[in-house]
Design a protein. Structure first.
Length: 158
């Protein structure tokens, strides 16, 4: 079983942008689960506005952040302006390899992303553990109910 978003109840994956509130995980935006975080977007505009940040494999072209298209009706951003393919992951990957970002900034951005992924993994493991404990408790309850029925059947038969 996967950890589900507390807002939309859809599964949360490692590549989703998440937030945590009162110990419950949710998507930052349930309609755009893999969008760039506010911090990633800011880093791209501050440090990378003068060069390409995303690559479209289908079009074999590189694009600057300001060149990426958006579909306002569909709520999608970071699209290839030619073929409309979502280039969010390409832009995100650029944040973590760009030589224009100061090393400390890049490392802190990586640490934040890794912490979010760790949180999802830990939540998944806790969810799996609780699922196992619930199943064990259900099995024990079923076994005790069966044993009780057997004792009751023997007493009524005597």
């Amino acid at each position: 079983m996967q950890v589900k978003c507390s807002k939309c109840l859809e599964p949360i994956t490692l590549s989703d942008v998440i937030e945590s509130s009162d110990g419950r995980l949710s998507h930052m935006d349930c309609k755009r689960t893999r969008m760039l975080t506010t911090e990633e977007r800011a880093l791209l505009f501050i440090y990378c506005s003068g060069h390409a940040v995303a690559y479209c494999l289908g079009c074999d072209r590189h694009f600057r952040m300001a060149e990426l298209a958006a579909d306002t009706l569909g709520g999608r951003t970071n699209l290839c302006p030619r073929c409309r393919k979502d280039l969010t992951e390409s832009a995100r990957a650029h944040v973590y390899i760009c030589a224009m970002l100061p090393t400390e900034v890049r490392l802190k951005a990586q640490a934040v992303r890794e912490a979010a992924q760790h949180l999802v993994k830990e939540s998944q493991q806790l969810h799996d553990t609780s699922d196992i404990l619930i199943r064990e408790a259900e099995a024990a309850l079923f076994e005790r109910q069966r044993a009780l029925r057997e004792v009751m059947a023997r007493r009524t038969a005597s």
